[in-house]
Design a binder for this molecule. Structure first.
Ligand SMILES: Cc1ncc(COP(=O)(O)O)c(C=O)c1O
Length: 483
């Protein structure tokens, strides 16, 4: 590891354009960017040798952890055998094996087909095109609209962007693809119907059906949603919600697209959120952790009944593709990553470790006046920050998220502090995170949230933090499985 040379610093200032990042900030403030140079397991190091726990898994991607030699070897071996195969004409061996594997581990069925692309946005783009084209092939030329949920994130290419529920990301690029409609997110803590009830009243599913009826069902091509919505801070569906969406789609002839770009490959415990909720969507979109981030890859996994409508004569084929979609090295990386998840039962580990971390987060933060809600599923967790816990008043404050991210990073933790809906700290570490690392993550989050409380004047300047950093004996006992 060596610090950046003068010329690298200059090239970074002049030539690099990071995503969703204000590059001008670097030159105007003279801030030194963090350049990550190495990673092992759940830990990464920057150019100065500083160590961090990466509780963002890169960007919800590195599920099997950093430094897996066998994935690097699988990529190298494939590149040595044949570096490129055109997906317009030829399947590659790893593509065949991967499509078969995905058909086995998803709920779309053993004869589902995978269309491989390079990213989550492209997977969503592909799913939307398949859905619309499928409807036309059935004779439904008016079915062009797509219903998504507010606050959801589905990507940045024009089709995916149009269904995106994050207004500030959608704004400024119009006209977008016509026909996107957005229903409220399923957000139990702030649900206008049942936030204060003991049980969810199912109003979120009713709103979906009302939207379908209001728009006229015969104009709706598809519904797209993340089974557990990441954006907004881990918004899990209530029991029966996804089942209701499936029923609505069946009743009105709508294609059900489950966007599992983040939920998939063990993130929420179990292979996919749709396996956990036992739901069979028509199309599942995946990316990110399909290769654990070792190579770019995405896919739309399509149920046979829909894929078959593209399998008749020459005129039926799907007029869509991209040069690097399903690159053989990426497919080889995916097979190696999936093999590791399977061998080490990381999807199960995600469930157990997620339960542990959630319990410890509650133990550490339940009494904090600025912590409104702590929620999660598997190793996908969120702590929602509020101004006042009793009233649930929002803590929306400019620059709060930047301040909090800095606080967490200074303490050695990379994670997501996000306020697309309400301010949340999101934790989605690699599924291999150790018990010690998990304890450290919780200690750092607690410490930073207490620093926030001191800043806001809601907690005393001196707080007996030591008390809350010890895992409870009950939670520790549960962890024998992953000792
Ligand atoms: C649910 C979901 N869908 C799609 C995407 C887009 O994926 P990508 O950034 O690979 O284009 C993302 C990215 O975070 C996502 O979270």
């Amino acid at each position: 590891m060596s610090p950046l040379s003068q010329s690298q610093q200059q090239m970074l200032a002049d030539n690099v354009w990071l995503h969703f990042f204000q590059m001008g900030h670097l030159s105007s403030t003279g801030a030194r960017p963090t350049v990550l140079t190495r990673g092992i397991g759940s830990r990464v190091w920057d150019q100065d040798g500083n160590e961090y726990i990466d509780a963002l898994a890169g960007l919800f991607a590195v599920n099997v952890g950093y430094g897996r030699q066998e994935i690097a070897d699988a990529i190298a071996a494939q590149l040595q055998r044949i570096a490129f195969v055109s997906p317009f004409s030829f399947p590659s061996l790893p593509m065949i094996d991967l499509a078969g594997k995905l058909a086995q581990i998803t709920t779309t069925g053993p004869q589902s087909r995978s269309f491989f692309v390079n990213s989550g946005s492209e997977a969503v783009e592909t799913a939307l095109k398949i859905a619309k084209s499928y409807q036309r092939r059935q004779g439904f030329h008016e079915r062009t609209k797509v219903i998504a949920r507010r606050g959801s994130y589905h990507g940045t290419t024009m089709g995916a962007l149009s269904v995106n529920g994050v207004t500030e990301i959608r704004n400024g690029f119009g006209p977008l693809v016509a026909g996107a409609r957005h229903v409220p997110a399923r957000y139990r803590y702030r649900c206008p119907h049942c936030a204060l009830c003991d049980q969810c009243q199912g109003a979120c599913a009713d709103e979906m059906e009302q939207m379908v009826e209001f728009e006229n069902p015969e104009t709706i091509a598809a519904i797209i949603l993340e089974p557990v919505q990441n954006s907004g801070g881990v918004l899990s569906p209530p029991p029966g919600y996804l089942q209701r969406v499936r029923e609505i789609c069946d009743a009105y002839g709508i294609v059900f697209i489950a966007d599992e770009v983040i939920c998939g490959f063990g993130r929420v415990g179990g292979w996919f959120a749709t396996t956990e909720f036992a739901i069979q969507p028509d199309i599942i979109t995946v990316a990110k952790a399909i290769t654990s981030g070792y190579a770019p890859l995405g896919a739309a996994i399509v149920r046979k009944s829909i894929a078959d409508t593209f399998s008749g004569d020459e005129n039926d084929k799907f007029m869509h593709g991209s040069t690097f979609g399903g690159h053989p090295a990426s497919c080889a990386a995916a097979l190696a990553s999936i093999a590791i998840i399977e061998r080490e039962q990381l999807h199960e580990r995600s469930r157990v470790m997620g339960d542990y971390m959630l319990r410890e987060l509650h133990a550490a933060l339940d009494d904090h006046p600025n912590v409104g809600d702590i929620r999660g599923m598997g190793l996908m967790m969120a702590v929602e920050l509020v101004r006042d816990r009793a009233t649930r008043e929002s803590l929306a404050e400019q620059k709060l998220m930047g301040w909090l991210s800095d606080q967490l990073k200074q303490r050695g933790l990379i994670c997501r502090a996000d306020d697309r809906l309400e301010p949340v700290i999101q934790l989605t570490p690699p599924l291999v995170i150790s018990r010690e690392e998990a304890d450290k993550v919780i200690a750092i989050v607690a410490d930073a949230v207490y620093a926030l409380g001191r800043k806001l004047g809601t907690v005393p300047v001196l707080h007996p933090l030591n008390q809350i950093l010890q895992p409870s004996p009950a939670a520790a006992a549960d962890l024998e499985f992953i000792a």
